[in-house]
Every structure is written in C-alpha cells, then in structure tokens.
Write a protein that binds this ligand. Structure first.
Ligand SMILES: [Zn+2]
Ligand SMILES: [Zn+2]
Ligand SMILES: [Zn+2]
Ligand SMILES: [Zn+2]
Ligand SMILES: [Zn+2]
Ligand SMILES: [Zn+2]
Length: 236
C-alpha cells in the first residue's frame, strides 16, 4: 500500500518489520514494531499509528482551539515540552500555537481509562491541576514527584488516594497509538526539575522572533482551515 504523508516528500509504503530489524519512528522517536510506513530511500519510518494520526484534533484537555499536527516544533529551541506528560519532544507534536500548548502524539491519544496491576481499580485520565494546597504529590508507582502542571491517572474512589504519572500508568498497558512499544522509553523519563518549562521567548534574536511569528501565522491559517473543515463537516 502506498501512502503520502504530509511530513515527507516521497510516498511511503506500509511494510512489516522482520524480527531483528530495528527502526526508529520519525514521529515520536520510539522504536518501531510490527507495521511501519517506510521510505526506504531516505530511511524514513513512521509507526502506523503516527503515520495515520489525524492532522487536526479537538482535545478535551484544551477545548478552546483545535490542535494541529506539526512535523517538528516551531520553537527556537527545536523542542517542545509536552503539556500532558511534561517530557520534552522534538518530533511530531499536536500544537495549539495560539496558546503554546503542545502534546506528544501518544499523549494526545492516551486512553481515558486504564488498568494497571499496581492498583485494583480502573484509573481515569485527569487533565486538571488537582494540587489545591500546593502539597507535593508523589506518583504511587515510581514514587517520584508529580508536577501539578501535567496530566495524571487517578482512582476516582476517594478512599484510594491513588494518583500516578501518565507514563507510569501506561507503560504496562497495550493501548493507544505508540503505547504498544514493549520497551517504551517513556518509562524512565524524569519529569521533575529537569524539565521545568523555560521562557521560550527569552534570549531570542529579532530574526528568530520573526521566524516564530511567521510560523505562528502559518499555523493560525492552518487552524482556520481546520475550523472551516470542522464547521463544514457539522452543518448546523
Ligand atoms: Zn511513532
Ligand atoms: Zn523519502
Ligand atoms: Zn507527552
Ligand atoms: Zn489554544
Ligand atoms: Zn510515576
Ligand atoms: Zn482505587
């Protein structure tokens, strides 16, 4: 099957990975398993899930604007900080350029509920900043600090008080795009002090600032198209 992806100039073919072959997905930088979209000339590979991820999505964590799938971050640092898991990324992201909200593809498609063998009840995905009194919260799986900025999975039974990192909850479940990588490298990511968001506009040259502005305008245009698509799709 031939496939054209907006992030690559050549057509891609859907291929099955043979045992022992190792490829890295250009969309999420994680190792590929099973089926991939491949440009064999360029050694360009995408997970099937990353290659077919929607160009525009509405996400319940940010209902103000649609997210646009972009092939690489437009920030001058060349990377983004995922508002879902808190870890950096430098490949595909779902981006609301207006609000500078960025999500890994696999974070954008996290399941609403997961089961994890560390807890007897189902866990629910939460986008909310729950930490009302600013007390430090620790993940019940990895025991590391949890940032109130990032999403979490929690047990909604009040007596349980069970809350964990999204990647701690999902690195043993087989759900969602990209979540099916057995040796998911997100399992040992540290989202605490190492990835404090830095002012993205700090120390930018005028030229960089202009480039950022241009890419923002470009994305606003894309979003306007997305919106009109959505409106056309749901006539009132
Ligand atoms: Zn991928
Ligand atoms: Zn190519
Ligand atoms: Zn993420
Ligand atoms: Zn927004
Ligand atoms: Zn954790
Ligand atoms: Zn529980």
């Amino acid at each position: 099957m031939e496939y054209k992806h907006f992030s690559h100039n050549h057509t891609l073919t859907l291929s099955r990975i043979q045992p022992g072959q190792q490829f890295q997905c250009h969309g999420c930088n994680l190792p590929c398993h099973d089926s991939i979209f491949a440009c064999w000339n360029c050694n360009f590979f995408l997970h099937e899930h990353c290659g077919t991820a929607n160009r525009y999505i509405n996400h319940p964590s940010h209902l103000l604007h649609p997210f646009v799938l972009i092939p690489s971050p437009t920030y001058c640092s060349g990377s983004f900080l995922c508002n879902g898991c808190g870890a950096p990324g430098n490949a595909f992201s779902y981006c609301c350029a207006l609000c500078e909200v960025d999500l890994h593809v696999h974070c954008a498609y996290l399941p609403h509920k997961v089961s994890h063998n560390a807890h007897q009840h189902e866990l629910c995905l939460s986008f909310k900043k729950t930490n009302v009194n600013n007390a430090l919260d620790y993940c019940k799986i990895c025991m590391k600090e949890m940032s109130s900025r990032n999403w979490s999975y929690f047990c909604d039974k009040p007596e349980c008080d069970f809350r964990v990192h999204t990647y701690c909850a999902t690195n043993e479940v087989k759900k969602g795009p990209c979540g099916d990588d057995g040796n998911n490298s997100t399992s040992n990511q540290n989202t605490t002090s190492a990835y404090e968001p830095q002012g993205r506009t700090e120390m930018m040259t005028q030229e960089q600032e202009m480039m950022l502005e241009v890419s923002r305008m470009h994305m606003e245009l894309q979003m306007a198209h997305a919106l009109s698509d959505i409106i056309a799709y749901f006539p009132r």
